[in-house]
Design a protein around this ligand. Structure first.
Ligand code: GLU
Ligand code: MG
Length: 475
């Protein structure tokens, strides 16, 4: 955690010296804004101790930034005034394997006089993790990163200049060139991109990321990497690092990675599913002897709370108008508010795993995508789950099969509703969610809502293809 503690200062000097000896010249200090964009200030490695001691300045305006770098009007944030201090987390500093000379650290954001910035998303995630701990609950989480890789376009298409659309010219989906032609989940793609995938695996391993799986996904040019469970803040840090590592390796191979929810409108998109397991110290709440699905009563209540809050959580986990191009039925994206045991169409999938594996059980929120700020996503899911626990939430009967194939009457008979099909709809649910409003606090919630409304207004009336084109290279 960012701090002015003198011991950290001494440690920072040692870390800086070690990094310098390893050839690191610059440290990228990142945080993720409410629109899901990873923003950065970089410092020379010799300035790291000062950064740890005093923080690095950055305007609070970015809390109100949209994914297209416009400022959304917000009651508390978004003006030209003020400054925040970014404090790098020394425990997470990582030498970047695919960016020689660079290291990376996530930051916590503080006000100039040392108070935590009320809109700091990473501290929000930590606050919610601490809240869970106070309720006797330990969470382990991990994100699944999906991306589509294409050949890089001519440089003229990649840079924005004043007065032009920051997304670049609206490149039609038919201009995309994929560097592999093999089928979904096909070994052909692994052979076609063998060196690229090896470099991704190697970079992640060198960076200490515990990869569970790396494989081709369904859509053209799509791949996925999933990482081992970790504490919630670390899980959010890791998904940022994984994404930037995949991006960096792609660049080195003359390729370009898109993590956008919808790369080609109308096709399967990129998800960023959140996996979570619930524990009381070392006992999994997914392994209760004799309980249905192995779920301890608190796990049922927690997951019931998450399921119930999903319409509002979508405004956090599916934050872009493009998210709703992806979130369609029958694409394994979780478009209905239901849960199921090993059901990949359910928004909340219970993974029971091998009953003999004491660590095997967990749940997966499938609806989320990589436009989400991962710190907001983990924090909001914890807040919803804790509220469910306190309120004694229940889980309805699990769903098997694809509700998208059933027809309106059958879904109504089973009480299964579609999750919000547009950003404004999700925002309405978030506005009405007392538990999420309380957890986020007025300033952070206000900024999130402002950004969502601005993005919804920007794309109101835009055709699906335009939304996909404008957001394809933003995340
Ligand atoms: N690409 C799918 C999505 O949009 C997910 C496929 C899967 O991993 O189940 O979420
Ligand atoms: Mg996947």
């Amino acid at each position: 955690m960012g701090t002015r503690d003198p011991e950290q200062w001494a440690e920072a000097r040692q870390v800086a010296a070690r990094l310098d000896a390893e050839g690191v010249r610059t440290v990228a200090l990142t945080w993720v804004d409410n629109a899901g964009i990873t923003r950065v200030k970089a410092v020379p490695v010799r300035r790291l101790p000062q950064a740890v001691r005093r923080g690095v300045g950055m305007s609070p305006v970015f809390d109100a930034y949209t994914s297209e770098d416009a400022t959304a009007p917000s009651a508390h944030l978004g003006g030209p005034d003020g400054d925040l201090r970014l404090f790098p987390d020394l425990d997470r500093i990582t030498v970047l394997a695919a960016q020689p000379g660079w290291a990376w650290a996530p930051v916590d954001r503080y006000e100039q006089l040392g108070a935590p910035h009320p809109a700091c998303q990473r501290q929000f995630a930590r606050r919610m993790t601490d809240r869970a701990e106070a309720a006797g609950l330990r969470l382990r989480m991990g994100f699944e990163t999906e991306w589509v890789v294409t050949r890089a376009p001519a440089p003229a298409n990649t840079t924005a200049s004043a007065g032009t659309d920051p997304a670049g010219p609206a490149e039609g989906a038919d201009a995309l060139e994929y560097p592999c032609a093999g089928p979904a989940y096909g070994m052909t793609r692994v052979v076609e991109l063998s060196d690229y995938l090896r470099d991704i695996a190697e970079a992640l391993a060198l960076q200490g990321i515990d990869v569970l799986q790396l494989h081709p996904e369904y859509a053209a040019g799509q791949f996925e990497v999933s990482t081992a469970p970790a504490d919630p803040v670390r899980a959010a840090d890791e998904v940022v690092l994984v994404r930037e590592t995949v991006r960096a390796v792609s660049v080195r191979h003359g390729l370009r990675a898109s993590f956008a929810p919808s790369v080609v409108a109308g096709e399967v998109g990129n998800g960023c599913h959140l996996h979570l397991s619930l524990w009381r110290s070392d006992d999994s709440l997914h392994r209760e002897a004799g309980a249905q699905w192995g779920l301890a009563p608190d796990a049922v209540r927690f997951l019931g709370g998450v399921l119930h809050a999903l319409p509002a959580l979508l405004a956090i986990g599916c934050p872009s108008p493009a998210s709703y191009l992806r979130l369609a039925p029958s694409r394994w994206a979780g478009a209905y508010q239901c849960w199921g045991v090993e059901n990949r169409e359910a928004a909340l999938r219970l993974v029971t795993g091998d009953p003999d594996d004491p660590e095997g059980g967990h749940a997966e929120v499938k609806s989320f995508d990589a436009a989400a700020n991962p710190y907001l996503a983990v924090g909001a899911v914890i807040a919803a789950g804790l509220h469910g626990m306190a309120a004694g939430a229940a889980l309805p009967p699990p769903v098997t099969g694809d509700p998208g194939l059933w027809g309106v009457r059958e879904r109504a008979r089973r009480g299964i509703v579609r999750l919000p099909a547009s950003l404004p709809e999700a925002v309405e649910h978030l506005e009405k969610s007392a538990p999420l409003a309380e957890a986020l606090g007025e300033v952070l919630l206000g900024a999130v809502l402002a950004v969502r409304r601005a993005e919804a207004a920007r794309f109101a009336g835009s055709a699906a293809g335009e939304i996909a084109a404008a957001t394809r290279w933003r995340y």
